[in-house]
Ligand binder design. Structure first.
Ligand code: BDR
Ligand code: CA
Length: 306
């Protein structure tokens, strides 16, 4: 079957927007390879009320009528820690978004289960925030895991973390939820911190993004990328779009099998992902092969939006 004849992959996009989530959401909604059945939201980069409002605004900005569902305001066992300061109080580094429609009435973990239960073919779960909503959905109704084609998470780090020396932010926000997903025995792919570091926003990539010149969504995305880059001449990692780009353009990545466990201890390495390349693999770890091409994909796709 030719690529363009393949039916779009049905996905549920779980997120906590968040500047890099915003770019990832726009990429997903602009890409015909993906049929986004729902956007589900947790707190993380900002409190839930903020991330939810941002997700509703981003859906409106994209011109798509995708339902947005409120989910977890805290982790399974504790409140979420404060988000990264660079995203600001609004989670969007001060970039204004248009008003969005009201969220759908169903809560995230209920919506995820309903979509899985009713799907005529398996659904891919993409998580670019703390894994709380996805873990809750699968814990409530474990049999629905057979309806999951693949899980792709932006989570974890091969090396040094960003939230703590050991842990990546999403994994650190809810390590128990991540551990539940790691144990779900589904095809699981991780875009770790290192992916975002390779796919960093740089002045040259931002200039190329602007040159693709789309509509309002594109301008807003450029403003977000520019806010991320401000004061960082060395470039700024862009994490979440990697998880979506993998599903849209897998040739842009290397995917290496590995055994991963999440540290659930109370100590300083809580949330660290211990990676063993010799153990029995439970995940594939992504590595972008051509970050300039990845950025070109972002630019071209988001430029298609209104
Ligand atoms: C992850 O943490 C959040 O701040 C970003 O949105 C991304 O999902 C990177 O560690
Ligand atoms: Ca995120």
């Amino acid at each position: 079957m030719k690529e363009e004849d393949r039916p779009a992959r049905k996905v549920i996009l779980d997120c906590d927007p968040g500047t890099d989530d915003a770019i990832a959401i726009l990429l997903a909604l602009a890409s015909p390879e993906l049929d986004v059945a729902a956007i589900t939201v947790s707190g993380g980069n900002a409190p839930l009320a903020r991330t939810l409002a941002n997700a509703c605004s981003l859906a409106a900005l994209s011109g798509c009528s995708v339902p947005v569902h409120a989910g977890a305001a805290g982790a399974l066992l504790a409140p979420y820690p404060p988000g990264w300061k660079g995203n600001g109080e609004d989670g969007m580094a001060g970039v204004a978004l248009p008003p969005g429609a009201a969220p759908a009435s169903a809560l995230a973990h209920d919506a995820i289960r309903t979509i899985l239960r009713q799907a005529s073919r398996p659904v891919t779960l993409v998580g670019i925030g703390p894994a709380t909503n996805l873990a809750l959905a699968l814990a409530c109704e474990p049999l629905l895991a057979t309806q999951v084609e693949e899980i792709v998470l932006m989570s974890g780090a091969r090396g040094e973390g960003n939230a703590t020396p050991g842990a990546e932010f999403n994994a650190w926000c809810d390590p128990e939820a991540l551990a539940m997903i790691l144990a779900a025995k589904r095809k699981l792919t991780l875009a770790t911190l290192e992916c975002g570091r390779i796919a960093a926003v740089t002045a040259a990539r931002l200039a190329a993004f602007r040159a693709a010149a789309g509509g309002r969504a594109s301008e807003t995305a450029a403003a977000i990328l520019s806010a991320l880059l401000a004061g960082r001449p060395e470039g700024m990692p862009l994490y979440d779009p990697c998880a979506l780009a993998w599903l849209i353009a897998p040739h842009l990545f290397d995917a290496q099998p590995a055994a991963v466990v999440a540290d659930l201890g109370p100590g300083p390495s809580r949330g660290r992902t211990a990676i063993d390349h010799r153990g029995r693999a439970n995940v594939r770890l992504l590595r972008p092969l051509d970050p300039d091409a990845l950025f070109a994909l972002l630019a071209q796709r988001i430029a298609r939006l209104p």
